[in-house]
Design a protein around this ligand. Structure first.
Ligand code: SF4
Length: 295
């Protein structure tokens, strides 16, 4: 707010200046989207802020939740803000039996939230429901005795409180095979260097630096194909790694084709590496260096 007090100031700012101020906060796509949204407002909409939640949601980086929060809290629009806390309170109040992360259950929650909102003061009303979920209607130990809406709570009457909200069973993580290509060269001062590239803006490991790699989603239920992929003499691995929705199996191989400078990569000393590796690479670096040394 100090550096860019108005949307026009933010729009006119250099991307590097915006990213430098965001440094250390993580989720860098938020800074990029904020900057893009400021551009759109300043240049395409004559500096005029969106007037309702639908309009807010048309800006980059603003989903339905944020759009409803801005619109109700800042502009008094009567749109419900549905976060995990509100979802839990409402599914208990109305004893919603459908999974709240499926279409039907989600629609039931949305309808209930719309009915509950205090249209005279939508922002405060939304914040009150969120707060109730965060402080009173806790997931495992709800404090029903202190709850201001306990009298009308159907789940409480029916003894189903801890069974709500219903959620669909979590999917098994997707198995992914990753092969990293390690390009090597001897640097100008005789040091061994490897080639790293910045990952794309979206997708896995966005904006981190990594060796160039290929990823193959394994068909559901398919076993790792023993021998077919990893059994080449030049490969290091397999390295198992778990991401939120993915179970990775990674191999590293010394590349025989030349590195591609067009991909915005750079040569770095193998002993120094980069501060922006994916954790998967970070955790095997010492072994990887040892293995590279034997090549
Ligand atoms: S009575 Fe209990 S379960 Fe029902 S909304 Fe209040 S805290 Fe949640």
């Amino acid at each position: 707010m100090a550096a860019f007090p108005t949307v026009q100031d933010l729009a006119a700012a250099d991307t590097d200046a915006v990213m430098a101020l965001w440094k250390g906060l993580g989720y860098y796509s938020r800074a990029r989207n904020l900057h893009k949204a400021a551009h759109i407002i300043a240049e395409e909409r004559a500096g005029k802020l969106p007037q309702n939640a639908t309009d807010w949601a048309s800006l980059p980086g603003i989903g339905p939740y944020t759009a409803a929060a801005i619109s109700s809290i800042c502009f008094d629009e009567a749109v419900p803000v549905v976060d995990g806390n509100v979802q839990r309170v409402v599914s208990r109040l109305f004893d919603i039996e459908d999974a709240v992360d499926r279409k039907k259950g989600k629609a039931a929650v949305d309808t209930a939230c719309q009915a509950l909102i205090d249209t005279r003061n939508p922002g405060k009303s939304n914040q009150a429901w969120m707060e109730l979920g965060a402080l009173v209607c806790a997931p495992r130990s709800p404090r029903c005795g202190e709850c201001p809406v306990a009298e009308g709570c159907l789940a409480r009457q029916r003894g189903t409180v801890l069974d709500r909200p219903v959620k669909q069973p979590k999917k098994a993580p997707q198995a992914v095979d990753v092969v990293f290509s390690v390009h090597l060269r001897t640097g100008p001062s005789g040091d061994q260097q490897w080639w790293v590239e910045r990952r794309p803006e979206s997708g896995i490991w966005s904006q981190l630096e990594s060796f160039p790699c290929t990823m193959d989603m394994r068909a559901p239920g398919a076993e790792e194909v023993k021998g077919a992929v990893p059994d080449r003499p030049k490969r290091f691995g397999p390295v198992a790694h778990i991401l939120t929705h993915r179970k990775m199996t990674a191999w590293f191989e010394v590349a025989t084709d030349p590195a591609r400078p067009s991909n915005g990569g750079r040569w770095v000393d193998c002993m120094e590496g980069t501060a922006n590796w994916p954790r998967l690479i970070d955790k095997v670096l010492p072994e990887l260096r040892g293995w590279i040394g034997k090549k």
